[in-house]
Design a protein around this ligand. Structure first.
Ligand SMILES: Nc1ncnc2c1ncn2[C@@H]1O[C@H](COP(=O)(O)OP(=O)(O)O)[C@@H](O)[C@H]1O
Ligand SMILES: [Mg+2]
Length: 346
């Protein structure tokens, strides 16, 4: 996803498309605000990015940074009282300005979501087969027998061992990893072009997590889907993502290829996340960065990371830093980005 145009010095944080084709997904200046007792809480704050089919965008950030709010806004799952601005263009069609009925058609047909906890996505009183068949029939004109055959095929796609037997099982009879595979199978029913995955491996133990990540990689290659993979875990993002958007307090503070982010992190927050992951010989991950994110209902006027930042200077407290492009496809919102580079090189 390299930029071919001349390098602007100030740009939206988003990779430029490598062709003239319309991107699968273009999120433009998306803002999501919830009403609270303390005023509007800005969970998603002027976010822009693009995703091409067959790519995985990893969205990385601490808990509370607005990752789930962003995905739910894309899917149109926010409560009515939510204030939403900006555009979410799927194949060039804006999901935000669509009617609820149109969005309902898109949801499931072109976009599916996999949530963190497979148990909440599955109905405990129905077998895997019943749940799959019902979803398949909702999305197609297949007969019950045809839908059952398709259900089996989907369990094979998500690499569930002994799929015939698992079809007859209830969710509680399956392991956590298998349940998550069933949830992914349900999300695949309509052959979605865009898959939104919200911490889909967080509830799984490490070995199972690795296998489920293999499955996502396989889906990307085999089905050419665009995937947004949300995680708070840099190691997970590094396993799966082609590009990474680092979110902090509702904003994307850094965007780049996986390589850019891992080898040449520009934002002190990204660097903090990386340092917490690479300390050798450490089994327990240390707290990434001392301090906590700001109250999203009372954002400070400047950079939201300034209160925790060890290189912040007076200007950082005054205005939100504009996004600057530091290399093709690599953008950052930090006045001190150059300082960070020096520090990394040293
Ligand atoms: N429906 C809602 N009403 C009010 N506040 C919300 C709602 N949904 C999310 N939030 C707030 O938005 C912020 C971002 O939440 P979330 O997107 O869940 O973060 P993440 O997924 O990164 O952990 C949090 O402060 C959360 O409390
Ligand atoms: Mg979340």
């Amino acid at each position: 996803m390299l930029m071919t145009a001349p390098r602007p010095t100030v740009a939206r944080i988003s990779p430029a498309p490598c062709t003239d084709d319309t991107p699968l997904l273009a999120v433009r200046d998306l803002t999501t605000q919830f009403p609270t007792r303390h005023g509007w809480l800005t969970a998603v704050n002027h976010i822009s990015y693009e995703l091409q089919a067959g790519r995985v965008l990893g969205v990385l950030g601490e808990s509370g940074s607005g990752k789930s709010a962003m995905l739910r806004t894309i899917l149109g799952l926010q409560p009515k009282s939510t204030r939403i601005a900006g555009e979410v263009l799927l194949d060039g069609r804006d999901l935000i300005s669509m009617s609820a009925a149109e969005r309902e058609d898109m949801r499931g047909a072109s976009v599916s979501m996999v949530f963190q906890d497979p148990m909440t996505a599955l109905d405990p009183v129905f077998t895997v087969e019943q749940q799959l068949v019902e979803t398949i029939r909702r999305h197609s004109t297949l007969s019950r027998t045809e839908a059952a055959a398709r259900a089996l095929e989907l369990l094979q796609t998500v690499q569930i061992p002994s799929p015939e037997r698992r079809l007859k099982a209830y969710p509680f009879e399956l392991s956590g990893g298998m349940r998550q595979r069933v949830v992914i199978a349900i999300a695949l029913v309509s052959n979605p072009r865009l898959l939104l995955a919200d911490e889909p491996t967080t509830a799984l133990d490490v070995t199972v997590q690795a296998r489920v990540l293999d499955l996502f990689r396989d889906l990307k290659h085999r089905m050419g889907m665009g995937i947004i993979f949300v995680t708070h875990d840099l190691a997970v993002a590094a396993e799966i993502a082609d590009d990474i958007a680092v979110m902090y307090a509702g904003r994307i503070v850094e965007f780049g290829s996986l390589d850019d982010i891992v080898r040449s992190p520009q934002h002190p927050y990204t660097r903090g996340l990386l340092e917490a992951n690479i300390r050798p010989g450490q089994h327990e991950r240390p707290e990434a960065i001392p301090g906590s994110p700001p109250n999203l209902a009372k954002l400070p006027p400047g950079c939201s990371f300034a209160p925790r930042c060890h290189v912040a200077e007076a200007a950082c407290w005054e205005a939100v830093p504009a996004a600057t492009t530091v290399a093709p496809g690599h953008g950052v919102r930090c006045l001190k980005a150059a300082v960070s580079v020096e520090t990394v090189v040293r």
